[in-house]
Ligand binder design. Structure first.
Ligand SMILES: [Zn+2]
Length: 263
């Protein structure tokens, strides 16, 4: 339930995921704690059920490839605070927290820690990030911060590409939803990714080995070989279907000539 730099948001939640996703989140949270020690832990929301399948309040989270991560927060004065829960951060980076939830009245989006987390996830081996659902305003704050820090432009481009404010669900201004893509060996075993597969992810297996142009041209120009007829071809080239119930099976019009089928 807890580890270096992370904590489950809800002990009764769903916390099963494929091992490489769980490992990526645990490692990234520890990396944030290592680089900026003394902060509040990453609050980890739902992953999936032990056996997978639909869980309440989620469209996805069915196959161990999704995780909800609450945002790192700090006071307006810059002191780290434990994320108070699902509170909406506006374009000004502030979220209002009612006093009955322990206040302070407002908390601020902790851009520095959040960027460290995202960078660790984007660069983790096998994290294979397909999507990070997050509001456009928070995405802009993160990528502007990354540019100001002089981060690798390619990393920022990849991050901007996987970040998306969904149009068919909540804007994700109160948490980050991370989805990992299917790795090539998982795809072989039936993992159906759907959606884009980014060019910087490990290459997917081809359905057939690539043939060179020369091989294809040689095959095209070869004479066509006709297979010899079977010995009984002259005696029974055609087979008549029984005509009794063809109509009911939709195989022929009533009253039509008996169908001939080449065997
Ligand atoms: Zn989610």
């Amino acid at each position: 339930m807890t580890g270096p730099g992370f904590q489950w948001l809800n002990p009764m939640g769903h916390h099963y995921g494929i091992p490489r996703l769980v490992h990526a989140v645990v490692t990234a949270a520890a990396e944030v704690e290592r680089q900026r020690p003394g902060g509040a832990p990453l609050m980890v929301g739902d992953l999936s059920r032990h056996t997978g399948g639909r869980i309440p309040r989620h469209h996805s989270h069915r196959s161990g490839r999704d995780v909800d991560l609450l945002f790192y927060a700090e006071t307006p004065a810059g002191e780290p605070v434990t994320s108070p829960g699902f509170f909406k951060f506006g374009p000004d980076g502030l979220a209002a927290v009612p006093s009955e939830r322990g206040g302070p009245t407002f908390v601020r989006f902790d851009v520095a820690r959040e960027w460290l987390l995202i960078r660790a996830l984007m660069t983790a081996p096998h994290a294979n990030v397909q999507w990070m659902f997050i509001s456009s305003a928070l995405e802009a704050m993160l990528t502007e911060y990354a540019r100001a820090r002089g981060e690798d432009p390619e990393l920022i481009w990849h991050t901007e590409t996987v970040m998306l404010q969904p149009v068919d669900s909540l804007p994700h201004d109160d948490h980050l939803h991370l989805r990992t893509a299917c790795l090539p060996d998982e795809a072989v075993f039936g993992c159906e990714g759907g959606g884009p597969y980014w060019p910087w992810l490990p290459p997917l297996p081809m359905s057939a080995p690539a043939e060179s142009d020369e091989t294809l041209a040689t095959a095209l120009l070869q004479p066509i070989e006709v297979e010899p007829h079977p010995t009984n071809a002259k005696t029974a080239p055609f087979v008549k279907l029984p005509s009794s119930n063809e109509g009911t099976r939709g195989l022929s019009e009533p009253g039509a000539a008996p169908t001939k089928v080449v065997r």
